[in-house]
Design a protein around this ligand. Structure first.
Ligand SMILES: CC(=O)SCCNC(=O)CCNC(=O)[C@H](O)C(C)(C)COP(=O)(O)OP(=O)(O)OC[C@H]1O[C@@H](n2cnc3c(N)ncnc32)[C@H](O)[C@@H]1OP(=O)(O)O
Ligand SMILES: O=C([O-])CC(=O)C(=O)O
Length: 371
């Protein structure tokens, strides 16, 4: 037996949801550039779950279902107040909260296709309520109830800030949600599929996936990018900061990718949004610093930015607290996780690879007195 470290290059499943071929990302055959420029997040959710774009009435129905299901059991909100709330990372809180949601879902153990689809809608609806409510409760503010006439993107921003978002903010946020929705067999999606391939329930799959997304080599990188930008502080400091990191062989967060070689097609959309929003906010330094970092890292290491790099300055420009960046990634990626979970159930086989054993050969047990 031979092993591929990190399963690099291993094709572990078939999927009809999204593909990365020659650095082109598609959702069900639609180019991500096309979707980023034209689609609403709700349309993308439908696309990922049904493998076709919705007709107008189907989209209206999904939007209605999502709006109807956004409220979260009071017990889950109250539970937030029992956490050491100013210290816990919001991704850790979200991981617990999604698991707890399952306790209040009467259909949690119903494994029928219909019940699993209904749970997908409920989880997608409630996850943005959870993130925004946590963001408020930890500051001593009351959660804000969603408005049923707002889009998913607008509702998130509204529930988080308590004020109506501007059109440009909704446009940027919707685009970010579309861009993050799915990405073939990334680590968190694989995690979700492994969990449910044991025929565990949907909540297990999403909870496990949140845990995998949290790490800085995956979704957690967007928060680390903002930490780095904040530490650098100004364009003048970029060169020395980045050169020192590279000389010390440290990783620059938001760069590199396991699959893309020429570059992540999502990054340019976020770069464009970052330029627009930082200009509107009169805080161009975040964009200018990012551009200079990109020049250095691509120039010296030939590593292009990934989706996490420019999303940081975009979310910062939307006045979102930095530790909520990864939970926002989770809000969007939940749609992809759920699509993969439903696909896994539809043609399931336990996922159980092998390990190449590299430990000692056969040994004889020695009693504790003789060791
Ligand atoms: C949504 C997402 O999950 S996108 C990815 C988000 N994560 C990040 O941005 C974190 C920074 N990037 C990384 O750590 C990596 O590029 C990953 C995890 C994304 C991909 O990792 P892998 O395919 O396993 O590549 P690996 O980590 O083995 O790196 C290969 C080489 O490139 C270097 N490298 C990779 N990424 C970076 C980086 N961001 N900065 C500097 N060097 C890097 C490594 O040091 C290594 O060099 P070496 O061969 O001299 O030792
Ligand atoms: O595909 C990956 O390995 C990571 C990634 O870009 C994503 O999950 O969006």
């Amino acid at each position: 037996m031979t092993s591929a470290k990190g399963l690099e290059g291993v094709v572990a499943t078939q999927s009809a949801i999204s593909s990365i071929i020659d650095d082109t990302l598609t959702y069900v055959g639609y180019d991500i550039d096309d979707l980023a420029d034209n689609a609403s997040f709700e349309e993308v959710v439908y696309l990922l779950w049904h493998q076709r774009l919705p007709k107008a009435d189907e989209l209206a129905e999904l939007k209605q279902q999502l709006a109807d299901d956004m409220s979260v059991p009071q017990e889950v909100l109250d539970h937030f107040k029992t956490y050491p709330i100013t210290k816990v990372h919001p991704m850790a809180a979200l991981r617990t909260a999604v698991s707890m949601l399952g306790l209040f879902d009467e259909e949690a153990e119903d494994m029928s296709t219909e019940a699993n689809y209904r749970k997908a809608i409920r989880i997608q609806a409630k996850i943005s309520t959870l993130v925004t409510a946590f963001g408020r409760i930890r500051k001593g503010e009351e959660p804000v109830a969603p408005k049923s006439d707002l889009s998913y993107a607008a509702n998130f921003l509204y529930m988080l800030s308590g004020t109506m978002p501007e059109d440009i903010e909704v446009e940027a946020f919707n685009k970010a949600l579309v861009l993050h929705a799915d990405h073939e067999l990334n680590a968190s999606t694989f995690t979700a599929r492994v969990a449910v391939a044991t025929l565990s329930d949907v909540y297990s799959g999403v909870t496990a996936a949140i845990g995998a997304l949290k790490g800085p080599l995956h979704g957690g990188a967007n928060e680390q990018v903002m930490k780095m930008l904040t530490e650098i502080g100004s364009v003048d400091n970029v060169d020395s900061y980045i050169n020192e990191k590279l000389a010390n062989k440290e990783k620059i967060m938001g760069f590199g990718h396991r699959v893309y070689r020429k570059g992540d097609p999502r990054a340019k959309h976020l770069r464009e949004m970052s330029q627009k929003l930082t200009k509107i906010r009169n805080e161009e330094k975040w964009y200018e610093m990012s551009i200079r970092i990109e020049e250095i890292v691509t120039g010296q290491k030939n590593l292009p930015p990934n989706v996490d790099f420019y999303s940081a300055s975009v979310y910062h420009s939307l006045n979102i607290e930095h530790d909520l960046f990864t939970p926002i990634f989770a809000v969007s990626r939940t749609s992809g996780w759920l699509a993969h979970i439903l696909e896994q159930y539809a043609d399931n086989r336990l996922i159980r690879p092998r390990a190449e054993y590299i430990g000692p050969g056969m040994q004889t047990y020695v009693s504790i007195e003789e060791r």
